[in-house]
Design a protein around this ligand. Structure first.
Ligand SMILES: Cc1cc2nc3c(=O)[nH]c(=O)nc-3n(C[C@H](O)[C@H](O)[C@H](O)COP(=O)(O)OP(=O)(O)OC[C@H]3O[C@@H](n4cnc5c(N)ncnc54)[C@H](O)[C@@H]3O)c2cc1C
Ligand code: FES
Length: 341
């Protein structure tokens, strides 16, 4: 039996021999962030500040730089003695336990040729769903599968907005786009994940999205604007062509309203009349923010973009502890922990 202490809290818990840190935390009713439970998504990333852990295998979610900086994945880590972990979580996280929720689909529209927007109305409740901007939900489908989608708006509303990419062969998104009637009730688990703004520094923030990776960043930016954030913020949004920039007008308007926000769309296959930035979005970030090491970085979108970003920004000197991300992995088998309300 080994003791694990969590930084910036009074929480300590026991981990049995052979047990992972996440499994032990869940067994004892603690709310630690997680996703895939298989080393792929990085949602359970934690920094070992004292002691040693054994991380099973070579999980893809941990880059060499993250390993070097002492990060592990609690879903695969076993303590080798007493361990102190820093999860880099705000105090509010502990109170936001994932639960099962029903919600009615009250709006559905094509935002771009392959992106559908959904609006879900939450049930009236004395304890309404709250989330940290950037978190996601898992829709539970009738056949027992799960599909993860980021919540695209800030908390505090009775509506949840989602941006779903509709790809050929994508089962859930195609059903939503072509067959699901309005007023359908969807069931989901929320709030999930550890992708949200850390307010503990005054560093300027860079946001980098690829495609529908914009969804959680849109929620974060809405929240920043609502609370009058004064830290400089730059949003880089990578897409193929102009028709993929499905929130372009809204983001331009937001950046005009908020003097500390700059918005840079970046196209990898630009139209002939495009005068903006072109190429890979992470390369444009480094072109425009060569001092990235002094920033805090939030990125979300396709796994190859996240991998490329992690590599490039680490080489440019950014501490992995200042890099937060949600990698939009395709559906994997996840394991529910929620208790129905
Ligand atoms: C934390 C998290 C948050 C996410 N947030 C969002 C979000 O806000 N919006 C969003 O659109 N997606 C998001 N995703 C990705 C989404 O969960 C997956 O793409 C999911 O598989 C889509 O379900 P589906 O049933 O439509 O497709 P599936 O039936 O699961 O996919 C079938 C096949 O289609 C291909 N495929 C599926 N999705 C994609 C894709 N996006 N790009 C290219 N090929 C694909 C794959 O080959 C896959 O095997 C998120 C993923 C994670 C882990
Ligand atoms: S990497 Fe641990 S939960 Fe996904």
């Amino acid at each position: 039996m080994h003791k694990v202490y969590l930084a910036n809290s009074d929480t300590a818990f026991d981990v049995s021999e052979g047990e992972t840190i996440l499994a032990a935390a869940q067994r004892q009713g603690l709310n630690l962030p997680f996703g895939c439970q298989s080393g792929t998504c990085g949602a359970c990333r934690a920094q070992v500040t004292q002691g040693r852990v054994e991380t099973l295998g070579e999980p893809p979610a941990l880059s060499p730089a993250e390993r070097e900086a002492g990060f592990t994945l609690s879903c695969l880590a076993r303590p080798m003695g007493e361990v102190h972990l820093d999860l880099h979580l705000p105090g509010a996280f502990a109170t936001l336990r994932p639960q099962l929720w029903p919600a009615r689909v009250i709006g559905k529209c094509w935002l771009a040729h392959d992106v559908i927007g959904l609006s879900l109305r939450l049930p009236q409740s004395e304890r309404p769903l709250r989330w940290l901007a950037g978190q996601y939900l898992d829709v539970l489908t009738d056949d027992g599968a799960r599909r993860s989608f980021s919540i695209a708006n800030a908390s505090g509303s009775e509506l949840i907005e989602l941006h779903l990419r509709v790809v050929p062969g994508g089962r859930f998104a195609n059903w939503v786009a072509h067959d699901m009637p309005l007023r359908t009730i969807l069931r989901f688990e929320a709030p999930l994940g550890a992708f949200f703004i850390r307010g503990d520094t005054r560093r300027p923030m860079v946001f980098m999205a690829g495609g529908t990776g914009l969804a959680p960043l849109r929620a974060m930016l809405q929240e920043c604007v609502q609370r009058g954030e004064t830290r400089p913020m730059t949003l880089f949004w990578g897409a193929r062509a102009q028709r993929d920039l499905y929130c372009d007008a809204e983001l331009r308007e937001l950046s005009e309203r908020c003097p500390s926000l700059r918005y840079v769309p970046v196209l990898s296959e630009p139209d002939a009349d495009w005068h903006g930035a072109r190429g890979w979005v992470h390369e444009e970030v480094l072109r425009q923010v060569p001092d990235i090491a002094g920033h805090e970085l939030y990125m979300s979108g396709p796994p190859p973009m996240i991998e490329a970003g992690k590599r490039a920004f680490t080489e440019a000197g950014l501490d992995p502890a200042r890099m937060y991300y949600d990698s939009f992995e395709y559906a994997y088998r996840t394991f529910p922990v929620a208790n129905a309300p």
